[in-house]
Design a protein around this ligand. Structure first.
Ligand code: PLP
Length: 396
């Protein structure tokens, strides 16, 4: 049996939920999801779908052809390459799509390169598929380079996971870096799994699909996406992969033999979401404003250094100086203290292979974010005050 451990992000969310169940007013900036409800368009489409007897029976394993056609349009737009409904497999969220891609690509013991810091789900799906996730250290802007990938390459390297904008770092890969990575992948016959789940949240205007920049990788690249983040639909569990035929066949068979297909009602909801182009644009506009508010507040705290993320929905400050100054032994210690003292949930950097950092989500409404920032400032100022008093006493 493959040994698996709990995702640390879920552990924080579970602790916050337990406090909430005891009546504590917890604010969580820990979850990697929009706080907003799914749009009325999505909800109405789902209600209509529930009323349609056609959704009450089995559908096809590959997914609703109408949804696959719309996904193909989205991926064709991003990559500037011709994808059709037949090139798409509908999955139970982007994470399931990543799993399906990896299981199609690897044999047991094959290696897949993942960014460190990076989202733990990338390594988890590799392990779940029987592979070995090899962490690749990112540069100071949280991007992997062709050189770093090459240092981690072995004869068993089968694929690299690329995620732009990234989680937790928000890093967006510029064209030149994508081109270098694509050249490296082509040279060594490595597949690229492009996780584009945050594609709508690019605040720099520089986001490009790796396939747009390096179309020669068509045939060696899997594009993964979904409605979870762009359309505030994490609970609906609809994602997809667009890939060459051999990957799609494998993914379809895996789906057919395990879950049969993604629930039809949920696919209808996703279909409606893809017809609604305004929700992601509005969300991105709101997140851009909240990103500025949060990053400015974090940088106002002694011992915290927070770069402005280029994309995504998280601030990822370096808190190592704060830990040292206030006597916390790790980011996990700080996160526990914040939850217990300020009733504020954030994710410690250890969850992303990045001790000395915390991840703070800004995809919450303005009031929640402002209250959270006030709690954070109040709690940390009291901690700094206590630590200053302690240092004075020790010096006496
Ligand atoms: C980089 C990245 N990819 C994929 C996912 C999973 O998305 P979904 O909820 O559609 O499975 C997440 C969720 O946090 C993520 O951060």
């Amino acid at each position: 049996m493959t040994a698996m451990t709990d995702n640390p992000i879920f552990a924080v969310a579970a602790k916050a939920e337990a406090l909430r169940a005891r009546g504590v007013d917890v604010i969580t900036l820990a979850a990697g999801e929009p706080q907003a409800a799914s749009s009325a368009v999505v909800v109405e489409a789902a209600v209509a779908a529930v009323r349609d007897p056609a959704t009450h029976h089995y559908g096809t394993a590959q997914g609703d052809p109408a949804l696959r056609a719309l996904v193909a349009d989205v991926v064709s737009g991003d990559t500037q390459l011709p994808w059709s409904a037949g090139d798409v497999q509908i999955a139970l969220g982007a994470k399931h799509a990543l799993f399906l891609a990896v299981q199609a690509l690897i044999e047991a013991g094959d290696e897949v390169l993942v960014a460190a810091p990076g989202w733990p789900g990338h390594a988890e799906v590799v392990t779940a598929a029987g592979g070995i996730a090899v962490p690749v250290a990112t540069d100071e802007e949280f991007r992997v380079s062709a050189e770093a990938l090459d240092r981690c390459r072995t004869p068993r390297t089968r694929a690299v996971m690329l995620s732009s904008p990234g989680n937790p770092t928000g890093a967006v890969y510029p064209e030149c870096r994508l081109r270098q990575i694509a050249d490296w992948a082509e040279r060594y016959g490595v597949w690229v799994i492009s996780d584009d789940i945050y594609r709508a949240f690019d605040y720099t205007g520089t986001y490009r699909s790796v396939l747009q920049v390096a179309p020669q990788l068509f045939g060696r690249t899997v594009v993964v996406g979904g409605v979870s983040k762009e359309h505030a639909m994490t609970g609906w569990r609809v994602g997809w992969l667009a890939a060459p035929p051999e990957i799609i066949v494998s993914a379809r068979l895996h789906v057919a033999r395990t879950i049969t297909h993604v629930p039809t009602v949920n696919q209808r909801a996703a279909l409606a979401a893809l017809g609604d182009t305004s929700t992601p644009v509005e969300a991105a506009r709101d997140y851009r404003r909240r990103r500025a508010l949060l990053v400015e507040a974090l940088n106002g705290i002694d011992g915290i250094e927070c770069p402005l993320p280029d994309g995504g929905m998280f601030a990822f400050p370096d808190v190592s100086e704060l830990l040292r100054d206030c006597g916390w032994s790790s980011s996990a210690d700080l996160a526990t203290w914040l939850l217990d003292t300020a009733h504020l949930a954030v994710v410690p950097g250890e969850a992303f292979n990045a001790p000395g950092h915390i991840r703070v989500c800004f995809a919450v409404d303005d009031d929640t974010l402002i209250t959270a920032v006030e709690r954070l400032l109040t709690a940390l100022r009291s901690a700094e005050h206590k630590s200053a008093v302690r240092q004075i006493e020790e010096a006496r």
